[in-house]
Design a protein around this ligand. Structure first.
Ligand code: AP5
Length: 198
């Protein structure tokens, strides 16, 4: 059985985590942010070291490690009954992050809709991330050069993921609106989709 999945998609700082976490508080939705999974790993382990090495340069961690780690995290959540795949929808943010990951995940997830948080003015994202660096302990937010590298990695490797899926399931949402208005749009699409499914 494939996991019924909504993807929260967008450049660094577009608000994926903000929206995914909020949706994940509603019963029948389970949120999993790939960056958070990496950050929760002991940095003395092999995967923890790989994460530090790649993320501090604004690069993606290799696909095999990433998808294996993600699968293990989902299996744990199923084992602990915090994600019940027969009745819950999966909200993914930060994965798949390139076409290779999307292909590896095709046999595991059924992507129902993709919420593409758009912000053509990249300077707004840089400002958001620099502000966040002061609040959260995010190594990759601390340095503007790393932020710019992450944005470039998004353009080169992540954005093409949108073409891997049918255009009609991609919902473009203006990420520069107030967070509650972004959420309202996501909820509108989810409700339409859930109504259509019953
Ligand atoms: P990850 O943690 O996924 O970082 P990211 O994609 O760069 O995304 P961010 O967490 O920076 O931003 P966000 O879109 O979640 O925005 P947020 O809601 O926080 O990945 C980090 C690293 O891990 C990667 O660089 C890579 O090395 C590695 N990695 C992760 N996944 C991987 C994968 N699949 N494969 C390989 N490597 C992987 O919002 C940002 C700020 O803006 C916050 O302060 C928030 O309060 C504010 N904000 C949010 N929405 C709004 C709004 N509408 N208006 C104003 N402010 C807002």
């Amino acid at each position: 059985m494939k996991y019924q999945t909504y993807l929260i998609f967008g450049a660094p700082g577009s608000g994926k985590g903000t929206q995914g976490r909020t949706l994940g508080t509603i019963p029948r939705f389970f949120h999993c942010a790939c960056g958070d999974v990496f950050r929760s790993i002991d940095t003395r382990t092999e995967i923890g070291q790989a994460f530090l090495e790649y993320s501090s340069k604004g690069q993606l961690v290799p696909d095999e490690i990433t998808v294996r780690l993600w699968q293990a995290r989902i299996k744990d959540a199923v084992g602990m009954h915090i994600f019940k795949p027969d009745i819950d929808c999966l909200i993914l943010d930060g994965i798949p992050r390139n076409v290779g990951q999307a292909r590896l995940m095709d046999e595991m997830i059924e992507v129902r809709q993709i919420f593409h948080l758009t912000c053509p003015d990249r300077s707004k994202l840089v400002e958001r991330l620099k502000k966040r660096a002061l609040k959260d302990n995010r190594l990759d937010d601390a340095n503007e050069e790393v932020i710019r590298r992450r944005l470039a990695t998004y353009e080169e490797e992540t954005k093409p993921v949108l073409e891997h899926y049918p255009r009609e399931i991609v919902k473009d949402i203006d990420a520069t609106q107030l967070p509650v208005l972004v959420f309202q749009e996501i909820v509108k699409y989810v409700c339409q989709d859930q109504h259509a499914a019953v």
